[in-house]
Design a protein around this ligand. Sequence first.
Ligand code: UD1
Length: 420
Amino acid sequence: MDRIRIRGGRALSGNIPISGAKNAALPLMTAALLSDGPLVLENAPDLADIATMKALLEQHGLLIEHDRAGRRLIMQGAATNLEAPYDIVRKMRASVLVLGPLVARFGEAKVSLPGGCAIGTRPVDLHLKGLEQMGATISLDSGYIEAKAPPGGLRGATIIFPQVSVGATENLLMAACLAEGTTELVNAAQEPEIGDLAMCLMRMGARIEGVGTARLVIEGVRSLGPATHPVIPDRIEAGTFACAAAITGGTVLLEGARLSDLGAVARVLRDAGVDVAERHDGLQVSRLNGLHGTDVMTEPFPGFATDMQAQFMALMCVADGASMITETIFENRFMHVPELMRMGARIKYHGQSAIVRGVPRLSGAPVMATDLRASVSLVLAGLAAQGETIVNRVYHLDRGYEAVERKLAAVGADIERLAG
Ligand code: UD1
């Protein structure tokens, strides 16, 4: 299994190109199930999760070409197999996003229940309740969700989410595009990836109002057609590299990144003493003076992203003073804490909150983590630590970061991938 070796202490300097967003590309790929296509996604990232989604859609019967050099995914054809098998869904929860499109277009689907994952139980009840409100019959059998549309297909409905869910909003938004009549999604997630999905669906012929707000109104249409759509830049990758610049006391230009997509992350970084400036070609991030301990609480967008919590905690490990970090989205998202402590961080946590007391310097160590963002937080800590850090289980990083070691080495980090 590959590992990453980092020798810390170098300030980063230079440009980092930001890839297309993983969490935008995955739902956009499932939107290909809604029409015969072709659906062409430009600026598609080259990641393990994208390969998993490609395999899932191919086994449903779609024809997919991944033009890596051109950063394009070209998807076409109609699904012939309406079952999403356990072996693929267990690898990646976003697989459940095939459910809405399949039921809306083909009247039925059988999708393995995603089950738990390292960061918590993560149920899909909101996805299922919404489909039921649109007239679908749902049953759970032998670990599979079996969903059937009523005769004549799904019907528009008013769906009020009791809790904000990115995935449920995406699944029901896609289903509503082909439902009979009007669907209203209230308390919908407002993450930039939802807006990107809505833009793509509109390019395919969908009728959607309220994009960028918590109330989406969708007028169902009979069919959707071909489209070409550019994937938005990855705000979490941008935020992660912003933390890399900050933790090393460096300056980087995050090419293509957009300030508005960062939401509260930009404000919190500034409060902590990091300079974040929007330019025509991206975001310039630098840290010339000390870092201050800053409190954060994760929240749905535009609040501070849970997917940035681990990286920000790594930064706070070397700040002056204390920082209280509260995780409100997932119940088990502090797996990076014991590993950061092995590198000399001073952290106490109880329940959903952690207190980080900054130390002057971390020290390198062999570490590993069990999810994507926790793993990258250890890479950040390694960049600032004295001595050598080896990050094990690199496959988590490969799920969501394109060539992370090459991008960091290009701006001066001493980092390399060790094969085997
Ligand atoms: C997406 C992102 C993930 C991010 C998360 C929160 C993708 C592929 N993944 O995940 O990186 O961390 O948003 O920003 O875009 N919940 C329920 N019932 C449901 C659905 C969700 O209780 O039916 C709960 C979850 O357990 C969690 C919270 O709602 O506590 C938010 O989850 P959700 O927004 O749905 O996350 P995902 O879409 O799975």
